[in-house]
Design a protein around this ligand. Structure first.
Ligand code: NDP
Length: 314
């Protein structure tokens, strides 16, 4: 059986970048095929309120925004599919992408919009207790810790946002910050520092997440790096909010990335170093990482693809 399909424009990823690229490509009659990837709707589906996406004067939710974008992409004929890219051969045209280990796609142009994934500390205990009290998404899992004590690790906007969200559900929230200050924006910092049931533990690092596989997390061992004292906090939930890793591994044999793994694009464009391959959204953006900047870069990618295909007479 021939399991190979030819498409003009293949989009990998279903966050704001992928869907915006799809809307523009579909409206340009490029018949885009979009594979949703591991997390349909992308990272925004793991957040609650979105107040900074233009066009929503009263705010919206991550899930609603992503559903709206998907419906808009479908309305213009985007072929949206479940599936994950598992292998690539971008050494020649057409570009070859394997979906779910079996289906072969040959594409004239590829838009990589695979986003980024939450980072973990890399502790053995953290890995062992994932899903048993260790989580990288407070808005997904916070509900399970109502009335309980939890810790959040990180000092950026995500950590502050998650700590504030959890403070509304939990009895006590410890925010574990390795530096003597928060990196988050001023308003976010103020919210955290003014929330009575958040205790910020500056200059603390995590030594071990305590608990066993049957009963889950029951504490965390921290090191106060200014006093060199170990501190044990009894908690039920341990939340990571220490940044993200771009989902670029599949493309690294072909596409240039920076030392953190972000795909490099030619300044002012979405073009990568590989002909026919374009990147947009968080997989290529170490700086802004906002829904609106991802959407904007998705628009650019679709326009770049349209011009590329036109210039090649594909
Ligand atoms: P950031 O990279 O901004 O912050 C990561 C935080 O985790 C830092 O405080 C960092 O510490 C800490 N950290 C990293 N590694 C470790 C480690 N191994 N152990 C302990 N702590 C660690 O990531 P965010 O996810 O917070 O934010 C990403 C981007 O998204 C930012 O640009 C942010 O402004 C934006 N954002 C905006 C929001 C909004 O506007 N509503 C909401 C959420 C995010 P250190 O400071 O010491 O490096």
């Amino acid at each position: 059986m021939n399991n190979t399909e030819h498409v003009r424009v293949l989009i990998l990823g279903s966050g704001p970048a992928g869907y915006t690229a799809a809307i523009y490509a579909a409206r340009a009659n490029l018949n885009p095929v979009l594979y949703e990837g591991i997390q349909p709707g992308g990272q925004l589906t793991t957040t609650t309120e979105i107040d900074n996406f233009p066009g929503y004067p009263n705010g919206t939710t991550g899930n609603q925004l992503m559903d709206d974008l998907k419906q808009q992409a479908l309305r213009f004929g985007t072929d949206v599919r479940f599936g994950i890219a598992t292998a690539t051969d971008l050494s020649q045209l057409p570009l070859r992408i394997t979906i779910d280990g079996e289906k072969q796609i040959e594409a004239d142009a590829l838009i990589i919009a695979t986003g980024a994934t939450a980072r973990y500390l890399g502790l053995e205990s953290e890995e062992r207790l994932k899903g048993q009290g260790v989580s990288a998404c407070a808005t997904c899992d916070g509900f399970f810790y109502r009335g309980k004590d939890v810790a959040v690790v990180g000092g950026g906007d995500t950590a502050c946002e998650e700590a504030t969200y959890l403070a509304g559900l939990c009895k006590q929230v410890y925010l574990v910050v390795r530096k003597p200050y928060l990196r988050a924006s001023k308003p976010m910092q103020e919210r955290v520092l003014n929330t009575p049931n958040i205790e910020v533990l500056f200059e603390h690092t995590t030594q071990e997440v305590l608990g066993d596989d049957k009963t889950g997390v029951n504490g965390v061992m921290l090191l106060n790096t200014s006093t060199n004292q170990l501190v044990r906090k009894p908690i039920d939930g341990f939340f990571l909010a220490i940044g993200h890793q771009p989902n670029s591994d599949l493309f690294k044999p072909w596409v240039d990335t920076d030392e953190a793994g972000y795909i490099k694009t030619i300044a002012g464009t979405s073009k990568t170093n590989v002909e026919g391959v374009f990147a947009c959204g968080d997989v290529q953006d170490p700086h802004y990482r906002q829904a609106i900047t991802a959407a904007g870069s998705g628009c650019r990618a679709a326009i770049d693809v349209e011009r590329y295909l036109g210039s090649r007479n594909f």
